[in-house]
Design a protein around this ligand. Structure first.
Ligand code: PFF
Ligand code: NA
Length: 441
């Protein structure tokens, strides 16, 4: 068999992991989870979770991937023994399911960017009886949604088929800087809009009373968002770390990746909330997958330059979604390559095709989106992350510490602290989230 691929450069790996982390989770989900959680108060809890839960958890995935140099199924089998390959299988299934509907949502962003090319958002809304919700309900399903889901999956397959260095690494080197530059530009623009101030206040001055009153809902929501946004529990970080050299400092790389993801989520809030307030919309967090589309098209219809602003914003999100989608397709593709010796392009096309088919019903009726999202995100993802924490924290912690020490050196009590963070707090958070997820389902 051909030699297994590796990243060409350290930057390549970091950009790929950042590209995976930064996606609809930051831009579509984060502002609205923050809105539902009451704004700034949620932000504080979320940042704590990123540091205390996200950081130890991303390192757990990194060590398992780099130690074994395998896809999640092979990695868990080698790391934990035969029975653990089924847990690896859960990661593959999670990635498979999440990507199926993620692609449909990404298609909506392409569509809304296209609307900005064709005319002003005010005119578009007017042609749907002046109702942006009707506009979303019309565009979200049907032939156009189906076609854009197709386009998005073809792009994803194309990049993954080209391989680690020529496909993924090259693509993210263009996409990640583009996302950052575009969002920075949008944030500056948003700042100049009249009425933006209320958005900053809502987003940035926490009301700690909200945390005290709602912590039962706030905590699991913040934990779930922390895992989703860092691409944890879906095997991405295991897979990406499996292409890494032994000399790399995983803690430093993990810190950088988390810094970028958090920074970009935060930056997105600085775009979305001022734009909403400038468009006179002051009640985020009503819920539903269409929310950001409804709210922002309304805002883009109101403010000057809204057509161009909207086009840029929706296009930026579509790019971010693409750099995430390739990471999930890489998880399932690496599985087919490692375990069955399939050629890369065949693995990418075959797996991508099957994922695509699973997503098709979503373009017909959004009920399927809720079903798939709840099942994959609230149950599968959390369960996989929980099992991995048990494996790394309780069953084979020494192996994890040894692996982390490569490229760093003797960790001593810091290593112990890391393992204990996985052993108790993370496991508690995941068990509680899983319980709530199952009850919800
Ligand atoms: N970290 C990603 C995000 O925040 O959007 C999560 C993700 C979802 C990655 C779906 C990849 C993907 F296809
Ligand atoms: Na993210």
């Amino acid at each position: 068999m051909a030699q297994r691929e590796t990243w060409a450069t350290r930057t390549g790996f970091i950009l790929a992991a950042v590209g995976s982390a930064v996606g609809l989770g930051n831009i579509w989900r984060f502002p609205f989870v923050t809105g539902e959680g009451g704004g700034a108060a949620f932000l504080v809890v979320y940042l704590l979770f990123i540091a205390l839960v996200g950081f130890p958890a991303i390192l757990a995935e990194f060590v398992v991937g780099r130690r074994t140099e395998r896809n999640p199924v092979g990695a868990l089998l080698e790391y934990g023994g035969n029975a653990w390959k089924y847990v690896g299988g859960i990661f593959i299934v999670t990635g498979f399911v999440i990507l199926s509907y993620y692609s449909v949502i990404a298609g909506w962003f392409i569509r809304y960017a296209g609307e900005g090319l064709r005319g002003s958002y005010a005119d578009h809304i007017a042609s749907y009886d002046g109702d942006p919700e009707l506009m979303f309900d019309t565009l979200a399903v049907g032939l156009d949604a189906f076609i854009l889901h197709t386009v998005f999956m073809v792009l994803t397959v194309g990049i993954v088929a080209l391989g680690i260095r020529k496909g993924i690494e090259l693509a993210v080197k263009v996409m990640v800087p583009a996302i950052i530059v575009l969002l920075l530009g949008l944030a500056v623009w948003a700042y100049t809009l009249p009425g933006a101030g209320g958005g900053y206040e809502y987003y940035l001055s926490p009301d700690f009373g909200v945390i005290a009153d709602n912590w039962v809902e706030l905590l699991p929501a913040a934990a779930g968002q922390a895992f989703f946004t860092l691409s944890l529990g879906m095997g991405v970080m295991i897979t990406y770390a499996s292409y890494l050299g032994k000399d790399r400092n995983l803690a430093k790389d993990g810190g950088m990746i988390i810094g970028f993801d958090t920074g970009i989520a935060f930056l997105t809030g600085l775009v979305v909330f001022p734009i909403m307030w400038a468009g006179d919309l002051t009640d985020p967090g009503e819920g539903g997958p269409g929310e950001i589309f409804v709210a922002l098209t309304q805002a883009f219809a109101e403010i000057s330059g809204g057509q161009f602003l909207g086009l840029l914003f929706f296009a930026t999100v579509a790019i971010a979604a693409l750099s995430s989608a390739i990471s999930l397709l890489e998880v399932v593709t690496s599985y087919a390559i490692d375990e069955y010796g399939v050629e890369r392009w065949k693995a990418a096309a075959g797996m991508g095709g099957a994922i695509y088919l699973l997503g098709v019903p979503v373009t017909y009726d959004l009920v399927f989106l809720d079903l798939l999202d709840l099942f994959a995100d609230a149950i599968l993802l959390v369960f996989g992350a929980l099992m991995l924490s048990i494996l790394v924290g309780w069953i084979a912690p020494q192996m994890a510490v040894d692996e982390l020490e490569k490229g760093i050196g003797e960790l001593g009590s810091i290593g112990t602290l890391w393992i204990w963070a996985i052993r108790v707090p993370i496991i508690i958070v995941l068990v509680v989230s899983l319980y709530l997820g199952i009850v919800d389902y």
